[in-house]
Design a protein around this ligand. Structure first.
Ligand code: DGT
Ligand code: CA
Ligand code: CA
Ligand code: ZN
Length: 573
């Protein structure tokens, strides 16, 4: 059993316990679950090396939980968990993915209406049974229906982060296999699309048989869908398919280009080949029967008379024409961000202290970070009021002193935008901060005109520097706010407000189309991790990926710049 499976079970136990009105234990399980998600080592290895003692040394894991992990690791089963499941025999993990349904509501739905699954829920909503329950009402019945419809429309695509970590493991193992000279990620994952339909992997080997056998017998494989001499398709236990092709070195570039796609980009390339009297396929670029290119992608583009196109741009959205004219933009590069402009700490819903977040940022070679905890309107996470914000400022000063300039911590906030577009903190408090982010966490259902006016009013505030996660979407879970984004982008330009590209993998907000509009409209953007723990700082590269998919260059992204220049680009209030 791997770390994420253990973490998921512990989180679920936490939910069951909170149903039983347990005061402290739910939190203990949640904390342990998050700690395990954040580990860089497998629990299994830790346990094998040092037993239950070693498990207890992981911060966030006490004896009771360590014993449960031991049982899970050694028997693949946990009696305690099975008992809890019997006490409330519902599909808790699927139901709690419905927006607005917490464990307590799920329990009520089970007890009053016998709802166990999402499809039970859908039937009950359709026959208007839910609105009659105490604590639900017509509005929440509608929201449940909306959430179910939305999830259905999303199909079964996987988040970029999970797809990436799965693929990385497989590619690493394939690369280490004797006789394999390279193994790489292709498909939508190489293009860093925000969700992934299936994984596409490519390997170079003279012994494809052996590679096929190895691939189809990996422990992640639940089912082998097809296995030929040079290609195989499997379904992984995590619920996503993976395709592997094996080619010879002379075809590597052609195969990589082909399997990276996108399909429409490929078709456009093939047309160009035809217009030159050539033929392009996954084995190479041919004049008659002679292969004139195929070893590398670069030589294929070159022989087609095109500039090399970065994978993130291969969507047939105008990149081919620019490549023809050798006029492609120079995209912002991975690993070049100098700072992170949205970070939460344990002052609100983050896991780590200011100092720990600074250390984590330092380890990733960042030069500055902005601490942006939530504000008072978000009571659930103990959002900051003016008094606590001031106290936090003192702690930031102290940590800065200790760090002696190795990294600079700036003061900020993720200030709630209230229903009328005003800010959750008074102007005099915002004026104290280095960077003010504003975001919407309430009244998601206003109509387009009201929501647009609300955000525009926030952008017009002279203290608001950045609009955080502008559309508010949660991928696969919550649709974007009703917003006239063209108008918001125009308004950001007029008010000199930065729009965020939130790198958290379930947000990736702005999306690539809006990033392109910002680039065109001269609106600057920031890329932020929205980290709630040190490890989340690794998400920054997903934000860079998204920015690249939106054709953003270094000059479009303010935290790709040194701190002074970044600060001087903000509003001067
Ligand atoms: P996904 O899996 O839905 O996230 O998206 P992709 O782009 O990974 O699509 P997938 O897995 O169906 O195919 C991988 C690549 O193989 C795709 O990006 C381009 C190439 N490909 C697949 N089918 C065709 C096709 O019919 N014609 C051409 N030219 N290329 C194709
Ligand atoms: Ca794919
Ligand atoms: Ca595929
Ligand atoms: Zn937020």
């Amino acid at each position: 059993m791997n770390n994420s499976e253990v973490a998921a079970i512990l989180a679920e136990i936490g939910e069951y316990l909170s149903l039983q009105d347990e005061p402290f234990r739910p939190r203990a399980y949640r904390v342990a679950s998050v700690a395990i998600e954040d580990l860089d080592r497998e629990l299994d290895d830790i346990y094998k090396k040092g037993g239950i003692k070693a498990l207890m040394e992981v911060s966030g894991i006490g004896r009771a939980i360590a014993e449960k992990i031991e049982e899970l690791l050694t028997t693949n089963n946990l009696r305690y968990y099975e008992e809890l499941k019997r006490s409330l025999p519902v599909d808790l993990s699927a139901l709690s993915k419905i927006e607005g349904l917490g464990p307590r509501k799920i329990k009520t739905l089970y007890e009053k209406l016998g709802i166990k699954t999402v499809s039970d829920l859908e039937k009950a909503a359709a026959s208007r049974k839910i609105s009659k329950l105490a604590g639900f009402g017509v509005k929440s019945e509608e929201n449940i229906q909306k959430s179910i419809d939305f999830r259905k429309s999303q199909g079964s695509r996987m988040g970029l982060d999970i797809a990436m970590s799965l693929a990385a493991v497989l590619v690493e193992r394939l690369s280490a296999l004797p006789g394999v000279s390279r193994a790489v990620i292709a498909g939508s994952l190489r293009r860093r699309k925000e969700t992934i339909g299936d994984l596409d992997l490519l390997a170079v080997s003279l012994n494809p048989d052996r590679v096929m056998k190895f691939f189809t017998s990996q422990r992640e494989v639940a089912r082998v869908l097809a296995k030929g001499s040079t290609k195989a398709s499997v379904t992984l236990k995590q619920g996503i398919d993976a395709d592997l092709r094996v080619v010879g070195a002379g075809s590597y570039g052609a195969a990589l280009a082909y399997f990276t796609g996108s399909k429409t980009h490929n078709i456009a390339l093939r047309k160009i080949a035809q217009s030159k009297g050539l033929k392009l396929n996954e084995y190479g670029l041919y004049r008659g029967s002679r292969r004139i290119a195929g070893r590398s992608e670069e030589e294929i583009y070159e022989n087609l008379g095109l500039q090399y196109v970065e994978p993130e741009m291969r969507e047939d959205r105008g990149e081919i024409e620019l490549a023809r004219r050798h006029a492609l933009p120079r995209l912002v590069r991975y690993g070049t961000l100098k700072g992170d402009l949205q970070i939460q700490t344990n002052w609100t819903d983050g896991k780590n202290s200011i100092s720990e977040m600074a250390q984590a940022a330092l380890a990733r070679k960042l030069e500055y970070i902005v601490i942006t905890d939530h504000t008072q309107n978000l009571k659930m996470v103990h959002g900051l009021d003016v008094k606590r914000l001031t106290a936090q400022g003192k702690e930031i000063d102290a940590v800065n002193k200790k760090l002696r300039g190795k990294i600079k911590i700036l003061r900020g906030a993720e200030c709630d935008i209230l229903k009328d577009g005003s800010m959750d903190l008074p102007d005099r408090a915002l004026a104290e901060l280095d960077v003010v982010g504003a975001s919407i966490h309430s009244y998601f259902n206003l109509n387009n005109q009201q929501q647009t006016e609300r955000v525009k009013r926030a952008l017009a505030n002279p203290h608001v520097d950045i609009l955080f996660h502008p559309t508010g979407r949660l991928i696969g879970r919550r649709p974007p706010l009703e917003l006239d984004m063209e108008e918001i982008i125009r308004s950001a330009h007029k008010t000199k407000t930065i729009l965020e590209v939130n790198a958290f993998p379930n947000r990736l907000d702005l999306g690539d189309e809006y990033i392109r509009q910002c680039v065109k409209g001269g609106v600057k953007m920031s890329i932020s991790s929205d980290a709630h723990s040190g490890k989340h700082l690794d998400f920054l590269d997903f934000g860079v990926a998204q920015a690249r998919r939106g054709w953003a260059r270094r000059e479009d992204i303010i935290n790709a710049w040194p701190m002074k220049k970044m600060l001087s680009s903000l509003k001067k209030a």
